[in-house]
Design a protein around this ligand. Structure first.
Ligand SMILES: Cc1cc2nc3c(=O)[nH]c(=O)nc-3n(C[C@H](O)[C@H](O)[C@H](O)COP(=O)(O)O)c2cc1C
Length: 261
């Protein structure tokens, strides 16, 4: 696999979910870069991202009907996976977060949305292969400079600014300094309703990611959130000079990151 861009690690600290967009069109160069990334970044089988050159206004739903809907973005990206595939959900989280962090590094606003969108409206914009489904989408555009009233309502409801302490999500502390940096980056990952369902166990030179329990709800798979945290974890390790590989695991475990010396 290609090394991950260091700009994605920096983007972890800049990214916030954005739900209100300006009328400024993203430059063609940035759009082309995101399109190419969606085509080429396929680290997990059965998971992919597709850039859609259409306004996503018809795709989003609001908190109450149209109220609170994400509006004004020029484009969007759909996160697609095979139904019932093994390890597909974490693959979508990992792949999708790569696109989100690249967009953030380009100065664009994003928001993972797996609940408040209409899959049938997405299907009218793109072609799915047999057995594929749309798990989530993100708007792509220039976000309003400041958080709007709508942004603040959502952020307040989800408690978006808060993250659990490392002690609350991790068994033990790492004997190796890179593990702290990796876990700090994972802790900043976005998750549906900011529920932070990822847990980490340290074992020598590896970190195992698992979900906090089996209870799940259809449109919000915890393994997808875990896939997002996996990319953050790997970027944190890389920033500390350590590369590694992911070994897929069975539920409730998700995958183990093994540092390569
Ligand atoms: C998989 C996933 C699904 C999400 N679905 C929605 C959604 O349907 N609607 C929404 O407004 N925000 C959604 N969010 C955004 C979360 O509420 C947000 O990431 C979380 O509160 C943390 O805030 P932050 O992204 O600003 O750090 C989703 C996030 C993730 C990771």
């Amino acid at each position: 696999m290609q090394p991950l861009p260091p700009s994605w690690y920096q983007a972890i600290f800049l990214r916030h979910s954005r739900r209100s967009f300006m009328s400024r069109r993203p430059e063609e160069e940035k759009v082309a870069r995101l399109e190419a990334l969606c085509r080429e970044f396929h680290p997990f089988p059965g998971a992919r991202a597709e850039f859609v050159r259409q306004s996503p206004d018809v795709v989003f739903k609001g908190l109450l009907g149209a109220y609170g809907r994400i509006t004004g973005a020029f484009f969007y990206v759909a996160f697609i996976g095979s139904e019932n595939g093994l390890n597909v959900e974490e693959g979508i989280g990992y792949t999708g977060e790569g696109v989100i962090l690249e967009a953030t590094a380009l100065g664009l606003g994003t928001c993972w949305v797996s609940g408040f969108f209409r899959p049938e409206a997405v299907k009218a914009h793109l072609s799915l292969a047999e057995g594929e489904q749309v798990f989530a989408v993100t708007p792509i555009g220039y976000a309003e400079r400041d958080f709007t009233f709508k942004d603040k309502i959502y952020r307040g409801l989800a408690g978006s600014r808060k993250r659990k302490s490392l002690q609350g999500i991790c068994d033990g502390r790492g004997p190796e300094p890179w593990q702290d940096k990796a876990l700090e980056a994972a802790r900043l990952a976005p998750s549906a309703a900011n529920r932070q369902p990822w847990r980490f166990s340290l074992d020598g030179g590896s970190i195992t990611v698992r979900t906090d329990g089996p209870k799940d709800s259809g449109r919000y798979p915890k393994r997808l959130d875990c896939g997002i945290a996996m990319l953050h974890l790997e970027l944190g390790a890389a920033a500390a000079g350590v590369s590694g590989r992911w070994v897929p695991l069975r539920p409730p475990e998700v995958a183990r990151f093994e540092a390569q010396k």
